[in-house]
Design a protein around this ligand. Structure first.
Ligand SMILES: Nc1ncnc2c1ncn2[C@@H]1O[C@H](COP(=O)(O)OP(=O)(O)O)[C@@H](O)[C@H]1O
Ligand SMILES: Nc1nc2c(ncn2[C@H]2C[C@H](O)[C@@H](COP(=O)(O)O)O2)c(=O)[nH]1
Length: 227
């Protein structure tokens, strides 16, 4: 049983790589609720009013996904629950949450995280972080085309996205729930460049082999499930 979680800023390519990886390894993908998330457009229209509600929404869905993933078979999740506090702390730091909301959020988060200790598997096996620059992030957000995420919708999003990138660096450095690895999302266009896709998959497979999560003899054609 192997659980891989993806992390990275908005538009880094987490959902895309989750699909590719799940297909390649023959595992089950878990995706974050975005298109069926009723709070997300409300948040972008009025962040101060909806930051807390959105965070509770995401925390709830992330908790459900990781709980299922940690009790189920081989899974890939397109965003980790460990990034939840990064988002809320950043929003709180820019005045989008009251101190009561911050206190309630952290109490809820700690409560939920302590539940994970009782799961058959307590942590994921591997975190795959996709690192991107601001320019790449914006290009991908434009390519995906959700109206409320565009700079033309709200010019203050430039500062929000740049700030998010600044919060990710120390977050990744500190992350220690599992082994981790970083993918260069600026250089490796794994959506359109077949060679780049192979490089990324090779890097992840090499890491899983190094960790003993895939047999040394594994290659795609053997098409066996990872343990
Ligand atoms: N490495 C990549 N190279 C080129 N385009 C990419 C890459 N990763 C993602 N994309 C494109 O960028 C957009 C955002 O990707 P997505 O997987 O939804 O990001 P995330 O889940 O991290 O928010 C999509 O249109 C996707 O096709
Ligand atoms: N305020 C928060 N916003 C979040 C959080 N997680 C995701 N999001 C937003 C960012 C994007 O607009 C959208 C989807 O994220 P992707 O990275 O999958 O593109 O949802 C959060 O915890 N808080």
């Amino acid at each position: 049983m192997t659980v891989i979680v993806l992390s990275g800023p908005i538009g880094a390519g987490k959902s895309s790589l989750t699909s590719i990886l799940a297909k390649y390894l023959g595992t089950k993908p878990f995706y974050e609720s975005v298109d069926n998330n009723p709070v997300l457009p409300l948040f972008y229209a009025d962040p101060k009013k909806y930051a807390f509600l959105l965070q509770v929404f995401f925390l709830n869905t992330r908790f459900r996904s990781i709980k299922d993933a940690l009790t189920d078979d081989n899974n890939v999740l397109d965003r980790s629950i460990y990034e939840d506090a990064l988002f809320f702390q950043m929003n709180a730091d820019i005045g989008r949450a009251t101190k009561e909301e911050v206190a309630t959020y952290y109490e809820l988060l700690n409560n939920m995280m302590s539940e994970l200790k009782h799961m058959p598997k307590k942590n994921p096996d591997l975190l795959v972080h996709i690192k991107v620059s601001y320019d790449t992030m914006i290009k991908r957000i434009q390519k995906r085309g959700r109206p409320y995420e565009q700079l033309s919708y709200d010019a203050t999003l430039e500062d929000y996205y740049k700030r998010l990138l600044r919060y990710y660096k120390p977050w990744y450095e500190k992350y220690d729930y599992s082994p981790k690895m970083e993918i260069d999302g600026d250089k490796l266009d794994f959506m359109t460049d077949k060679q780049a896709r192979e490089v990324v998959l090779d890097q992840i497979v090499a890491k899983l082999k190094e960790m003993g999560k895939l047999p040394e003899s594994w290659n795609k054609s053997t098409n066996i499930q990872i343990d």
